[in-house]
Write a protein that binds this ligand. Structure first.
Ligand SMILES: C[S@@+](CC[C@H](N)C(=O)[O-])C[C@H]1O[C@@H](n2cnc3c(N)ncnc32)[C@H](O)[C@@H]1O
Length: 303
């Protein structure tokens, strides 16, 4: 975008492009607004995006996110051939097609890491050792690119008796990150938090064209069922209740009424006494009728 902007920065430059016959660049220049942006972008457009992503994903985009939203959605405009946000959003709202998934994917924030918030994995180890022969049924409900669910499975394979029944549902709303999670291929420099023995036991190092990459071994992949679940919708596909739910660093994007509704549903799909792990900045003490705090950002189902 910057290169494009430099090339067409002035009206003179625009005319020059037309003269030398670069119609494509000149045509795009028509859509550069007074601020130098490629696409016209108004407060009304931003408010519309805020309303749509809130309805679809519960994500509460605050006003400071203008630049982020513009840059992430500009790509969608280019790929779908729209020349203004007004047109793109009108087209999106008028359809029920696959662009909705792309719109959501563009606006989620997927930051994650292996063994993020290490203390949770120590608590999980202690918990799993109380019943080393299983069975265990765990849900990782905002799995992003997979580092969190694979960290949970590594912890389980290390804590439980060999072949103890253990299964993990790993879900997210974003189809791109779920596909990456299911592939289980990571850059080796993203695996720094893992011990040597974990690297050897659970990963295969890439060679040749795949040098610098590592793939999870089948032992790590096999207990996981990857699936798309929107936390704010009332259509969760689970039949069996969970012993443990990880719901970390996602509710932070939701407002309080949405958090409460999600917590009520999580309460329903957790077994009595089941544990809920949440992110470091998330606090659900207002819902103490549903969950009691049992450690740093670890809750137990009440009732
Ligand atoms: C910041 S990441 C957190 C990843 C991981 N749980 C962690 O703590 O490292 C937040 C994830 O929540 C997902 N997400 C956002 N809204 C969601 C929704 N309504 N339903 C399910 N997942 C959602 C995003 O796609 C993203 O992958």
């Amino acid at each position: 975008m910057h290169a494009h902007r430099q090339a067409i920065a002035t009206p003179t430059a625009r005319r020059a492009h037309v003269r030398v016959g670069q119609h494509h660049t000149a045509a795009n220049a028509e859509h550069e607004d007074a601020s130098g942006r490629e696409f016209a972008w108004t407060q009304t457009d931003f408010s519309r995006v805020q309303a749509l992503i809130y309805q679809r994903a519960g994500i509460n985009l605050h006003d400071g996110k203008h630049a982020m939203v513009y840059s992430r959605l500009s790509r969608r405009l280019r790929e779908t051939g729209h020349t203004s946000f007004h047109d793109y959003l009108g087209w999106l709202e008028g359809s029920d097609g696959p662009e909705w998934q792309e719109f959501i994917n563009a606006l989620t924030t997927n930051l994650t890491a292996f063994f993020r918030e290490q203390h949770h994995f120590e608590v999980l180890t202690q918990l799993l050792r109380t019943r080393p022969n299983g069975p265990w049924n765990i849900w990782c409900s905002a799995a992003s690119t997979g580092e969190e669910p694979y960290s949970i499975v590594m912890t389980a394979l290390e804590a439980l008796a060999p072949r103890a029944p253990f299964k993990l549902a790993a879900s997210d709303i974003d189809s791109n990150v779920l596909a990456k999670a299911a592939r289980g291929v990571y850059r080796q420099d993203g695996l720094k938090g893992l011990s040597q023995s974990q690297l050897q036991r659970f990963f295969l190092r890439g060679k040749g064209d795949n040098a610098g990459m590592a793939r999870v071994r089948p032992e790590l992949r096999q207990p996981i069922d990857f699936l798309s679940v929107n936390l704010i919708r009332d259509d969760w596909p689970f039949r069996e209740p969970f012993d443990v739910i990880f719901c970390r660093n996602v509710m932070i994007y939701f407002d309080e009424p949405t958090q409460r509704r999600v917590l009520e549903r999580m309460h329903r799909v957790l077994k009595p006494g089941g544990m809920l792990f949440v992110g470091h900045a998330e606090n659900f003490s207002d819902s103490r009728d549903l969950f009691a705090l049992r450690g740093k950002t670890v809750y137990e189902r009440v009732g």
